[in-house]
Design a protein around this ligand. Structure first.
Ligand code: 0O2
Length: 244
C-alpha cells in the first residue's frame, strides 16, 4: 500500500487532512441541527405544537463514500468527493404531517446563509417503487479557525408513515440481496398508497382539532407564556404595549 511507504510526518499530515475533511461535515450537521432545533422550539411556542417527531443525523462512512465514488465512476480524490458526493452529511427529519414537511422545508430554504443546491420532491412525485420523501441538498458555510468552508448536507424530510415504509423497504431490499420477488414489490407499492391515504386522513383530523383549539382559548392562557422551563406572567398593561 502506498500509505505504508510514507514517513511518520507525512502520515500525520495525511491524518490531519482526513480528520479536517470529515470534521467539516460534522460541523455542517451541527449547524443545520441548530437551525432545525430553533425552528422546532419556535414552532412549539408560537403555534403550540411540535411539527417534528424526531431528527436523526449521520455521517457517511469512508467505505460507503468510496463505494459511491466507484459506483458513479467519479474521479478518486478529495476534491472530487467534495464536489460529487452530496450526502456525506445527512439529516432525516420525521414530521407529524405532510403540511409540516413543506413548512419546514420552506423555512430552511429561506434562511440567508443556506444555499439550496437541489430539491427532490418524492412526495408529489413518488418513486416507481412507492418511496415518498422530500430531499433537499443544502449548503451551509462553516467557519473554522483558519478558513471558511461551504459544506453540503442532505436533508430528508418525511412523515412517520413514510419513514416506517422506507425502513421496511430498505430491510427487504437487502434481505433479498436487491432481488425482491415481484409479489413483495407490488405489496410494498400498495402499502405506500395506504401510507399516503393515512397521512391525508391524519392531516384532516389535525386541522379540525386545531380549529377547535383556536376558537376556545381562555384569558388565563393569554396572560401566561412558558419559555425556557419558566412561566412568564404578562400583566394587562404589557398587552397594551403590544397592541398600541
Ligand atoms: P444511504 O445509506 O441511505 O445514504 P445519489 O445516489 O444520492 O447521488 P439519488 O439516488 O438520485 O442520487 O439520490 P436520492 O434519490 O435523493 O436518494 C438518496 C437517498 O434517499 C438514499 O441514500 C436513501 O437514503 C434514500 N432513498 C432514495 N430512494 C429510496 C428508496 O427507494 N427506498 C429507500 N428506503 N430509501 C431511498 P443512499 O445513498 O441510497 O443510501
Amino acid at each position: 500500500m502506498q500509505v505504508e511507504a510514507k514517513n511518520p510526518a507525512d502520515l500525520k499530515k495525511l491524518k490531519t487532512e482526513l480528520t479536517r475533511f470529515m470534521m467539516s461535515y460534522k460541523f455542517g450537521l451541527d449547524e443545520l441541527n441548530t437551525k432545525i432545533n430553533i425552528l422546532q422550539q419556535e414552532f412549539q411556542y408560537i403555534h403550540d405544537y411540535n411539527p417534528i417527531e424526531h431528527v436523526k443525523s449521520r455521517i457517511k462512512t469512508p467505505e460507503s463514500i468510496l463505494k459511491k465514488l466507484y459506483r458513479k465512476g467519479f474521479e478518486l480524490s478529495l476534491s472530487s468527493i467534495k464536489e460529487n458526493i452530496q450526502d456525506i452529511a445527512g439529516i432525516r427529519i420525521i414530521c407529524s404531517f405532510v403540511s409540516d414537511i413543506y413548512k419546514l422545508s420552506e423555512m430552511l430554504q429561506s434562511q440567508k446563509d443556506v444555499k439550496v443546491l437541489a430539491v427532490k420532491d418524492y412526495i408529489k412525485n413518488p418513486k416507481p417503487n412507492g418511496y415518498q420523501s422530500l430531499h433537499l441538498i443544502l449548503q451551509v458555510p462553516v467557519f473554522m479557525s483558519d478558513r471558511m468552508e461551504e459544506v453540503c448536507v442532505e436533508v430528508q424530510i418525511r412523515t412517520i408513515g413514510m419513514d416506517f415504509w422506507a425502513s421496511l423497504e430498505h430491510k427487504i431490499y437487502y434481505k433479498y440481496n436487491k432481488q425482491v420477488p415481484e409479489k413483495l414489490l407490488q405489496d410494498l407499492k400498495e402499502a405506500a398508497e395506504t401510507v399516503n391515504q393515512l397521512d391525508h386522513k391524519m392531516e384532516r383530523i389535525n386541522k379540525e382539532i386545531t380549529n377547535y383549539k383556536s376558537s376556545n382559548i381562555s384569558e388565563n392562557e393569554l396572560n401566561e407564556i412558558y419559555i425556557n422551563n419558566e412561566n412568564f406572567y404578562f400583566p394587562d398593561d404589557f398587552y397594551h404595549l403590544v397592541m398600541d
